[in-house]
Design a protein around this ligand. Sequence first.
Ligand code: T4K
Length: 402
Amino acid sequence: MPRAHGIRGRTLAILGGPRRFAEPLYITRPRLPDEASLIQLLTRVMRSRWLTNDGEMVQRLEDLLRLRLGVGFCASFCNATVALLASLRALEIEGEVITTPFTFPASVHAIEWAGLTPVFCDIDPHTFNLDVEQASALVGEHTGGLLPVHVYGNPCDVVGLQRLAERRGLALLYDAAHAFGVHAEGAPIGAWGDLSVFSFHATKLFHTAEGGAVTAATDRLRERVRSLRNFGIVDEETVRGVGINGKMSELHAAVGVGLVEVVDDEIGRRGVLAGRYRERLDDVEGLTFQKMADSMVANNAYAVVRIDPDRFGLSRDDAHEAMRAENIVTRKYFYPLCSENDSYRHLPSAAPERLPNAHRVAAQVLCLPLHGEMQLDDVDAIADTILEIQSAAPALRRHLHA
Ligand code: T4K
């Protein structure tokens, strides 16, 4: 774990001083299962000679996740992107799908790969999630579904979206890639909407190196999702629908089984660190935190701030560069917006003037390192560095834009 050099009144690295951290402090690091139990789990898989196709480990993981996520149905997948594709098909959505431009490209790519048309809707500038009123105004005769994203694990307005979907007869598929373990309005996040998709990529709070899952409150779509995950195979002589290979392997599932036991410890550790970020940075002029939903259980997946250049004294990009020079590897998730992607910018809904909040947020957002290996000292060192950067703003601006 990199340790910070505790230097007061020092010269910032970007201005020629020593780096704050000797080694890169990444935005995230994958939590690993206990090594001995992982070896045991992997040995069991190898000895069984059953490596994929709905084996014992995948079934065990799905059972564990149904309990942990509090859902009635859970199907593991090879990754969240394929899980989104299969879900769009399982819901038999046609035409247009209203979604957010402020997300990882996978959310929108899945719509496009499914042969549907994404319609971008602006976000709330404080929660960074889909603005339900604007989504409602975008619903037209060709709208088949809604694909909102719980950005950074912050629940969308699940009640408002449910009402909208019911009122207009739309399918509601949540991208819950970031939302493992989150609850909203008293219910587990994966039980809202028709289906929800989680990512278990290595960068996620809970992971299987690569992986994902589709969940729902009930078993209603169980057979359809499971058969779409497996080429559409129903039995040895029946293939129904255009399925895909979305299966998780037994080896990946073993990682997940090992991690279920420690994920709550990881959430707790991150919670302490996230609390320290807030304590240290809440009053910094021009720096604000994402507004979290009122009624939720958080998972502390990301530490996200918004930097208003006029009040902070420096743009997000300049702050990002100065942090990187210190070996603090911040990320600009989700800049640039998906609506700016060459494949989507021609869409009428991608016009920047229709997405003012998303553009402003994408230009100002910065994700700070947050993972359970970090110590409170690391957060303090990062907070100190942010304050130093702010104090040195005029010199930094001259240096970076001379
Ligand atoms: N929907 C949403 C809203 C998503 O955010 C994502 C994925 C998806 C859908 C699709 O899920 P999957 O199909 O992937 O299951 C990463 C992830 O690749 C991606 O899964 C994730 N979102 C996105 C937010 O982040 P990159 O390109 O930024 O990752 P990368 O390789 O730069 O890694 C970030 C940092 O993590 C590294 O600087 C160090 C650390 N790291 C990474 C890996 C892979 C490790 O320490 N170990 C590792 O093995 O996309």
